[in-house]
Design a protein around this ligand. Structure first.
Ligand code: ADP
Ligand code: MG
Length: 666
């Protein structure tokens, strides 16, 4: 007789529980998903001690039929799918029929459910997989699941639970994601008697974001809305001001299910491009919808990962949608509304005290503007000649429906021309095909290269209504002086401007080098003293495969024996004296990246070169070179942030100055 036999159901459930029920948050996730699948409009969640001793999820959904109550706790019992075909058409959050039996195997569960409005309900109590009692009771329609003493019969698991605070963090995360996924459901979350979250359930995502991340964050987000034949994307994504240090800031929902997906995060970040500082993520809620056949949700034990069948198309769709949404927005922080006063130079701190009280600021701005973003409405738009005809908020409508607030209304349509600005610069605002090379790309290259941020993004915010061709309108500034060897102080008739000279120079150089890297036909030159670079054997092998990438950027490497390359030639415009350094850093980067494309390489290399070539802070500038810097900055495609996403310009509008000195009231 053989020794292999099927496990009994009880044991099978305990084993499955090991996979499905990792910690209290996994129980919560499964039970909330069931409540959502049942069509609940109000979902109440109560936890104690991080969910370890007590978790209750109560919904007003369809309820479980009396005859089904015990079956629901059987392994692989589900009402959600019935054939293999259904597995490729999943529209519910659950489908495996594993959660209830797994949870009941490792906790003490009481389930009360009613599937009609007659007040009659059934209950069942199960402990460690054994049914303790069942019978009739009274309850309104819906289901209430109470889970006590999780892991009471699996002490090894219990031992691995972290502090209550950690478990509570995981519980909150589950609740937040579900609340963001379903603004149409009213969620209440209590922990140890304190209400931690309450959402209105009126369908307004921005209100849910405000409840979770705060009102300021919710205001600094722009609406996403786009459809193509396969996909739709709605949601909110932050202006570059509202960033977070970790990728949890991004909530990805695929057909209502919270998932983690590089296929979605990467194009999102790509859309922000150089707008974000390094290692920062935008606060975003991305709600993707697609035919269930286009996504496989059955690839991860906790259903946290999915596989897309047309991933490349999806990536392009996401990047495009986010870029477009950011296109109506531009951002120069106003000196009086700098978000994090801590980061402002010390002397500015005093001025910040003069900041408008928030209610006042809101009262000034049109309701629509406040709903979209508060900060830019008080920024340097004041100085933009055409801000009146098109503010960021009027994007799409093209008219002055969202009239700028008093603080943003331009004082005059004609920009001041200071004698310090050369006549050539003052007449034209279109970038000339500058000798420096930071003008526009040749047409075919512009088409071929996917630009960091399309020029239109930056023009849209300031440009005239759509029918007129957009033109960049960086304010023309005249030099006042230099502050602390670090900032250029400048003015025009609309206000005072502080420019971070290093950031400005980096931006100018970045665009210069970015364009240069787009022209591999330009001759490379041999290094006078060829430099060798040695690598570990695996690195060497990988680099050898990727030599064409280097050649594409005009960097020619040759094998030199051992695990060494010799740098033969580099583009002639590499920053002088730093050629080998730059090549080495490009190599390090090529080794780290999993996928290399020309676009990413251009960007990386351009950032490297621009850092090397840029003036640093604490460097005296003459008026002449300062003027030249301002002028060239104005010709940049994206003059507002440095390639690392930090701001270049901060403004104090004339109006803001008058307010500070109480020359105007209101
Ligand atoms: P699944 O969700 O994968 O179907 P579960 O074990 O989570 O499996 O639940 C089993 C079944 O119990 C579900 O298919 C559903 O019919 C029923 N059920 C569970 N929770 C609820 C609820 N809150 N309201 C109504 N029915 C529920
Ligand atoms: Mg379920």
């Amino acid at each position: 007789m053989g020794i292999i036999r099927p496990l009994d159901e009880h044991l099978a459930n305990q084993i499955a529980a090991g996979e499905v029920v990792e910690r209290p948050a996994s129980v919560l996730k499964e039970l909330v998903e069931n409540a959502v699948d049942a069509g609940g409009r109000h979902i109440e969640i109560t936890a104690e001690e991080g969910g370890l001793t007590f978790l209750r999820i109560k919904d007003d959904g369809a309820g479980i039929q009396p005859d089904d109550l015990l079956t629901a706790f059987r392994r692989h019992a589900t009402s959600k799918i019935s054939s293999a075909k259904d597995l490729f058409q999943i529209e519910t959050l659950g489908f495996r029929g594993e959660a209830l039996p797994s949870i009941a195997a490792v906790a003490k569960v009481r389930c009360v459910s009613a599937n009609a409005d007659d007040g009659l309900a059934r209950y069942v109590e199960i402990e460690g997989g054994a049914v303790k009692s069942e019978g009739e009771t009274n309850a309104p329609r819906g289901t209430e699941m109470t889970v006590r003493d999780l892991f009471f019969n699996t002490p090894a698991r219990l031992k691995y639970m972290k502090t209550i605070q950690t478990e509570l963090g995981h519980l909150s995360d589950v609740v937040y994601r579900q609340a963001l996924a379903r603004p149409d459901i009213a969620f209440t979350f209590r922990h140890n008697e304190t209400v931690l979250l309450r959402t209105p359930g009126n369908g307004d995502l921005r209100q849910v974001v405000a409840a979770i991340y705060g009102t300021a964050a919710a205001k600094a987000m722009v609406q996403l809305r786009s459809d193509d034949p396969d996909y739709s994307l709605t949601g909110l994504t932050a202006l570059p001001v509202e960033t977070r240090a970790n990728r949890n800031a991004v909530t990805i929902l695929v057909n209502g299910r919270y998932v983690r997906s590089q296929a979605v995060v990467q194009p999102l970040l790509q859309a922000y491009h150089t707008l974000l500082p390094l290692h920062r993520y935008p606060l975003s809620v991305l709600n993707l919808r697609m035919h269930p056949a286009l996504v496989d949700v059955n690839v991860h034990p906790a259903k946290l990962e999915v596989r897309f069948s047309k991933e490349a198309e999806l990536r392009a769709f996401i990047e495009e949608t986010v870029k477009e949404a950011l296109a109506g927005q531009a951002y120069i922080p106003s000196g009086t509304s700098v978000r994090k006063p801590k980061q402002a130079p010390a002397w500015m701190q005093d001025q910040i005290r003069f900041q408008l009280p928030p209610e006042e600021a809101e009262a000034q701005a049109p309701a629509e503007a406040v709903a979209v973003a508060e900060v830019p409405s008080r920024g340097v738009f004041a100085g933009m000649p055409s801000a009146e005809t098109r503010t960021p908020y009027a994007a799409g409508s093209g008219q002055s429906a969202a009239a700028p607030s008093a603080a943003t209304r331009p004082a005059s349509a004609s920009p001041a021309v200071s004698p310090a600005v050369s006549p050539a610069a003052s007449q034209q605002r279109k970038p000339p095909p500058a000798s420096g090379g930071n003008g526009s790309l040749p047409a075919e290259q512009a088409a071929a290269a996917s630009e960091p941020i399309p020029e239109s993004v930056w023009q849209a915010a300031f440009a005239a209504p759509p029918e007129k061709p957009a033109e960049p309108a960086f304010p023309e500034l005249s030099w006042i002086g230099q502050l602390h060897g670090t900032y250029i102080v400048a003015q025009n008739e609309n206000g005072l401007f502080l420019i971070d000279q290093h950031a400005a120079h980096e931006r100018i150089n970045y665009e210069y080098y970015y364009d240069k890297f787009g022209r591999p036909e330009e001759a490379s030159q041999e290094l006078l003293f060829p430099v060798t670079m040695e690598f570990a054997p695996d690195e060497f092998a990988l680099l050898r495969e990727r030599l064409p990438v280097f050649a594409g950027a005009g960097v020619y490497l040759e094998e030199f024996g051992g695990n060494t390359f010799i740098i033969r030639a580099v583009p002639h415009w590499f920053p002088e004296g730093d050629e080998a350094d730059v090549a080495r850093e490009i190599a390090d980067w090529v080794l780290q990246e999993r996928k290399i494309d020309l676009h990413a390489l251009r960007e990386k290399a351009a950032i490297l070169c621009s850092c090397k070539a840029s003036i640093k802070a604490n460097q005296a500038l003459t008026r002449e070179s300062g003027d030249r810097l301002l002028q060239r900055l104005g010709q940049c495609r994206q003059p507002y942030t440095c390639p690392h996403g930090r701001p270049i310009v901060v403004s104090f509008s004339k109006y803001e100055l008058e307010k500070m000195f109480k020359r105007v009231m209101s």
